[in-house]
Design a protein around this ligand. Structure first.
Ligand SMILES: *Cc1c(COP(=O)(O)O)cnc(C)c1O
Length: 350
């Protein structure tokens, strides 16, 4: 059986989170529950037949131009993809040869070890520091060809200070992939315009979270021309489909104020949600800067998630995370929806 498949593929399982029936409030995926950006939605609704009949731009043409103007970088310093997942995958393939290593914080984005193995690379998890920041010294000490960093980190929501990120980029033996999927919620300094001059970093952003377009699958990377060109080649053509390209382009041009307002509300709701467990025994809220809370819990996280599921609420459970134990990750939503969590919280941690 395995003889017809590529050696090593048996280590890769399909991404298939267990389905939960009967959810009426799904907070498992950190998507934007304030809705979709209005101009982007209008662009999809108003698409002409040509948008369906014809191929989109080979490498996301209009979207790349809109992003370049928005960020103040050159178009050839931006690469777009079918979600930022696609760019993690393509970048790994562009930079490392089979057998080389990818170091990543543990815990961090679950797709990273998966894409590493898919490309014949060896993922190396490096425990977070007790304060939730990536342990840059330990990551550099792995000597890995690719260092993946995520700030705010999924699932903990914790930030790695900018000085540490810069030191990592300066001292990395290879490439640093800096995943900023949740940066819009964090209010940290935007340094995307600097990335092209830094040579060894690819900064990744997505339209799936703050921008409210997860269903369309669009992400992008910003970096040096040489690195971006390599990622473009290893990604392949036509990864951003015509509707996604139109919607994301319209969003960048016209929906930034909408996005900022939704992100600001999300950050407020995060603080209020954390406030609900403050002082309760058996649950400890981490300092999340994303659009989700991260609660370290005593006892079994699956059993706790089942309590929420019984109330129709989907939350993400993590078992036995390195250095942390069990935890719940709960995406935020407009406050009236989150009030549904109150009776479950009061019953679980009286
Ligand atoms: C959600 C998420 C992404 C986004 O992935 P897309 O493929 O763009 O939807 C990327 N990185 C992290 C850490 C995420 O949590």
């Amino acid at each position: 059986m395995t003889s017809i498949l590529r050696p090593g593929l048996e280590q890769v399982t399909a991404y298939a989170p267990a389905p939960v029936d009967g959810l009426t409030l799904d907070l498992r995926d950190n998507v934007n529950l304030w809705g979709a950006p209005p101009t982007a939605l209008a662009a999809v609704r108003g698409a002409a037949a040509a948008a369906l009949q014809e191929y989109p731009a080979v490498s996301g043409g209009p979207l790349v131009l809109a992003l370049a103007a928005h960020l103040g970088v050159r178009p050839d310093e931006i690469v777009v993809g079918c979600g930022s997942d696609d760019l993690i995958d393509a970048c790994f393939r562009a930079v490392a040869a089979p057998g080389e290593r990818v170091a990543h914080p543990a815990p961090s984005f679950s797709m990273v070890p998966r894409f590493a193995r898919l490309n014949g690379l060896e993922p190396v998890g490096v425990p977070l520091r007790p304060d939730g920041a990536a342990d840059i010294d330990a990551m550099l000490a792995t000597g890995a060809r690719i260092l993946y960093l995520c700030s705010p980190n999924n699932p903990t929501g914790t930030l790695t200070p900018e000085t540490e990120l810069r030191r990592c980029i300066a001292e990395a033996p290879g490439i640093v992939v800096l995943d900023e999927a949740y940066a819009e919620f964090a209010g940290t300094r935007d340094w995307r315009a600097e990335a092209p001059g830094m040579e060894r970093v690819l900064i990744l952003r997505t339209f799936s979270k703050a921008w409210g377009l997860a269903g369309l699958r669009v992400g992008y990377g910003v970096g040096s021309r040489a690195l971006v060109d390599a990622v473009v080649r290893s990604r392949g053509p036509y990864k951003v489909n015509a509707l996604a390209e139109r919607a994301a382009t319209a969003a960048v041009r016209h929906d930034e104020a909408w996005m900022r307002a939704a992100a600001a509300e999300a950050a407020e709701c995060r603080a209020r949600l954390d406030g609900l467990v403050h002082g309760r025994r058996g649950v400890r809220a981490w300092a999340s800067a994303g659009n989700f809370v991260f609660w370290q819990v005593d006892g079994n996280a699956d059993a706790l998630a089942a309590r929420f599921a019984a109330a129709g609420i989907g939350v993400r459970a993590f078992r036995a995370l390195p250095g942390i134990g069990d935890a719940l990750r709960i995406g935020v939503a407009p406050w009236p929806a989150l009030e549904r969590l109150i009776p479950v919280i009061e019953a679980a941690w009286p």
